[in-house]
Design a protein. Structure first.
Length: 201
């Protein structure tokens, strides 16, 4: 498939859970810039230290961006006592190192986006959405024209079909979980391809 300028069209690039890792984002940028549409499913902050770079690059380079729980914890005063120590420490570090301008920029991000036939969110109530019952909670948020439901949070690559909908979790661009590699997803002509990447951490 090629565009009007002769360039091969790459389709929709979907990625998630960057967690302030400059190296992971730098590695992805050349591919991201070739995409017809780029979508980020939340959590470009948290754990990593490359806050300035990731805030600037994601907000500049990515077409659709939703707020993840790590961004929310960093820009609000919510109580972190019930969070695991690694999450709490990371959120406090990010709070200390975000500028007022960055906090304002992040505060303007939506927690969910409906764009043409795509619905994007990070999760629902910070829950890990992994099975059909979980996905039906996402299904309730769709609109008539929705064809793709894109989400993140679990760091696990998932594609699930239900009726005329495709649910896609692209996994984490920084670190997979439960045996999954880090990676992202490409949607082209109703086909979903997962790209897996070698570990960098």
């Amino acid at each position: 498939m090629t565009g009007s300028n002769g360039r091969k069209r790459m389709g929709i690039l979907v990625f998630s859970d960057l967690h302030a890792n400059k190296k992971a984002l730098e590695e992805l940028l050349p591919t991201l810039r070739q995409a017809d549409l780029s979508v980020f499913c939340g959590d470009f902050l948290g754990y990593g230290k490359d806050i300035d770079y990731c805030v600037k690059a994601v907000l500049k380079e990515v077409d659709l961006v939703v707020l993840g729980d790590h961004e929310r914890m960093a820009i609000t005063d919510e109580n972190l006592e019930n969070q695991p120590p690694i999450v709490k420490d990371s959120a406090l570090y990010t709070r200390r190192n975000l500028s007022p301008k960055q906090k304002n920029l992040l505060s303007s991000l939506p927690t969910e986006i409906w764009h043409e036939n795509i619905y994007v969110t990070h999760s629902i109530n910070d829950d890990y959405l992994r099975n059909k019952q979980d996905f039906m909670r996402l299904y309730k948020k769709t609109r008539k024209e929705t064809k793709y439901i894109l989400f993140g949070h679990t760091h696990e690559q998932v594609s699930f079909r239900y009726k005329n909908l495709t649910f896609i979790n692209p996994g984490s661009i920084t670190k997979g979980r439960r045996g999954f590699k880090r990676g992202y997803a490409i949607i082209t002509s109703d086909k979903v391809d997962f790209v897996t990447l070698e570990d960098i951490l």
